[in-house]
Design a protein around this ligand. Sequence first.
Ligand code: SF4
Length: 224
Amino acid sequence: MTARRSEYLDALGLQAYVPRLPLPLGSPPPPVAGESQGLGWDDLADAVSDCRRCALCGTRTQTVFGVGARDARLMVVGEAPGAEEDRQGEPFVGRAGQLLNAVLRAAGFGREQVFIANILKCRPPNNRDPLPAEVEQCLPYLERQIELLRPALLLCVGRIAAQNLLRTDVTIGRLRGRVHTLPSGLPVVVTYHPAYLLRSPGEKRKVWDDLKLAMGVLRDGHRA
Ligand code: SF4
């Protein structure tokens, strides 16, 4: 950010937005953590529920592993558990979860037909953004889930999920609307988080456009 822009923001009483980067740009993906590498679903779930790899283990009620069909073609990835998810042990419950369910239904998916997980498996206090060190410790679990699931498409909901999985600081507004590809070849579509949609219902049209893009990839495949 330039000094002049900083002065303008100060004069307006606004706090400059500084994106939180999970990892230095251009850094290679962290290796799958030794304890999660090669694990099957049940052992991986056990490893997550016992995990103490970052300080969030001290404030969580319980871990939130993820939920859904273990042969799902569509995997939905969000940011981190919120208060209700921390209580129930399931991702995307509460109002945002209901809206996600409705969006998925509109695209022809029951909640039980997809797999839903988060970048972080434990709730950050006060729903703050995940810290880079937390993401670095937790991401191998999600990467192992992706390896086990082998979905046809990842749908990233929200800025945190998209920037961490795609390892970029590009805004979500510029990430959505096209198909990305992970190094493994897995296609990724980005859309807004349902919690954002609850605050900005006028953006539902864009989410529907993203869902149509996702459905097209699932139907026709994607050539990188
Ligand atoms: S957030 Fe992830 S790495 Fe940190 S304690 Fe929870 S499961 Fe472990």
